[in-house]
Write a protein that binds this ligand. Structure first.
Ligand SMILES: NC(=O)C1=CN([C@@H]2O[C@H](COP(=O)(O)OP(=O)(O)OC[C@H]3O[C@@H](n4cnc5c(N)ncnc54)[C@H](OP(=O)(O)O)[C@@H]3O)[C@@H](O)[C@H]2O)C=CC1
Ligand SMILES: CC(=O)[C@@H](O)[C@H](O)COP(=O)(O)O
Ligand SMILES: [Mn+2]
Length: 388
């Protein structure tokens, strides 16, 4: 019999790809999860619809100009408080009635609410990989200090986490992160010079938000995931490898010191890793679609092309440098991706912006939280000049 106690969730970024799939998981398990907080940046209508369905104690709308609209729409729902403003996400993430904070918001904006949640001893279900890329050392130290667990939602890291259950600490030789290769796998730099935003937004296997989809196309997503894995699993830089696996069925692998390899497989569907993070250590039953080998007679593997997709080696380089270098990498990439999505720069300029910022922004070996905030702002300033 299940001993599962109902869990109260703060869902940061409830209107996005991970956010809406998290609510599908919640719907699939009535009575298991209570939604205490929902947050969005500007998707007012969807946030209001979600609030009407899940009746949370609080919603946050990041865009202050939408505050009155949300408040008015929920005027007949007095149990739901409406918040906006700089500290609202940190406030809801550290509420006493929250057990688990699922960080489904995109980008650097995930860092400060996650820090607040960790300090309040919350369990983190971490989708927002940028948090660990920007400040992995600080965030994992806080988790230890405050006794908070961080469970991965990212599919590759969920796969590794699942492979590690029951294994002795120190038994890992290396991990192998799988990468789809994105929509431009196999293309030359010359061909990449003319690819369009619409082409870059067509991921071969996953339906995701715009920022991560562009990151997948440029292999920056895999670079961010390499750094995320380092901190989540306490690995050395040399213990992390990437292999291209275009079908996205093997979500990642662990090789142990006796040479044995364990992998986690499944359809490309984020509901499973989301559910695993929310339900851990229990495997909750569900009727999500099942994988069949007969539908995928060929699972193939390739070496990543780091000469053409330069973001991947740049991320490895930032990880090796450490300090605030991954924070610079992340901020530069966020500015570059936003510029690409505005048709301000071409696809090949994405790594140019990152490389330039890594060269220009001052290096700090042991950054504090304030240093990360400063580095992020300074890098955005430098990167914004580069994409003009
Ligand atoms: N999508 C996926 O399958 C996967 C995603 N991830 C990671 O999960 C995170 C979310 O990705 P995804 O769901 O695709 O992203 P989306 O763009 O689909 O959703 C982002 C969410 O964050 C909100 N948001 C946007 N900007 C801000 C901000 N500045 N402050 C607060 N909230 C903000 C959005 O609100 P609004 O709708 O109002 O704009 C939305 O709710 C990313 O870190 C991504 O790397 C990891 C693995 C898989
Ligand atoms: C679903 C998920 O976890 C994404 O991060 C996905 O892995 C992106 O795919 P690629 O970066 O491998 O193209
Ligand atoms: Mn992933």
């Amino acid at each position: 019999m299940s001993s599962f106690q109902p869990r109260s969730l703060a869902l940061l970024g409830s209107t996005g790809s991970i956010g809406t799939q998290t609510l599908e998981v919640v719907r699939a398990h009535p009575g298991r999860f209570r939604v205490v907080a929902l947050t969005a940046q500007r998707s007012t209508d969807l946030l209001v619809a979600q609030a009407r369905e899940f009746r949370p104690a609080v919603v946050v709308i990041g865009d202050g100009t939408q505050y009155a609209t949300v408040r008015e729409a929920l005027a007949n729902q007095p149990e739901t408080q409406v918040l906006t403003g700089h500290d609202a996400l940190a406030e809801v993430a550290s509420r006493p009635d929250v057990d688990v904070v699922l960080t489904a918001l995109v980008g650097y904006a995930g860092l400060l609410p996650t820090v607040a949640a960790l300090k309040a001893g919350k369990t983190i279900a971490l989708a927002n990989k940028e948090t660990l890329v920007v400040a992995g050392q600080l965030v994992t130290t806080l988790a230890k200090q405050f006794g908070s667990a961080i469970y991965p939602v990212d599919s590759e890291h969920s796969a590794i986490f699942q492979c590690l259950v029951g294994e002795a600490p120190g038994s890992v030789e290396k991990i192998i992160l799988t990468a789809s290769g994105g929509p431009f796998r196999g293309r030359s730099a010359q061909e990449l010079a003319t690819v369009t935003k619409a082409q870059a937004l067509k991921h071969p296997n996953w339906d995701m938000g715009a920022k991560i989809t562009i990151d997948s196309a440029s292999l920056m997503n895999k670079g961010l995931e390499v750094i995320e894995a380092k901190w989540l699993f306490g690995l050395t830089d040399e213990q992390i490898e990437v292999v291209v696996h275009p079908q996205s069925i093997i979500h990642s692998l662990v090789q142990f010191r006796d040479g044995s390899l364990k992998a986690q497989l499944g359809l490309p569907d984020m509901k499973l890793p989301i559910q695993y993070a929310l339900g851990y250590p229990e495997r909750l039953p569900n009727d999500f679609p099942r994988f069949s080998f007969l539908d995928y007679p060929q699972l193939t593997f390739e070496r990543p092309d780091g000469d053409t997709f330069r973001n991947l080696p740049l991320a490895f380089e930032a990880m090796r440098r450490g300090g605030n270098a991954p924070c610079v990498l992340n901020a530069a990439n966020e500015v570059a991706v936003a510029a690409f999505l505005r048709d301000q720069i071409g696809f090949l300029q994405l790594p140019d912006v990152v490389e330039n910022c890594l060269a220009r922004v001052s290096y700090l070996a042991e950054p504090s939280l304030d240093d990360y905030v400063f580095t992020d702002a300074e890098t955005r300033r430098v990167a914004s000049e580069l994409v003009k």
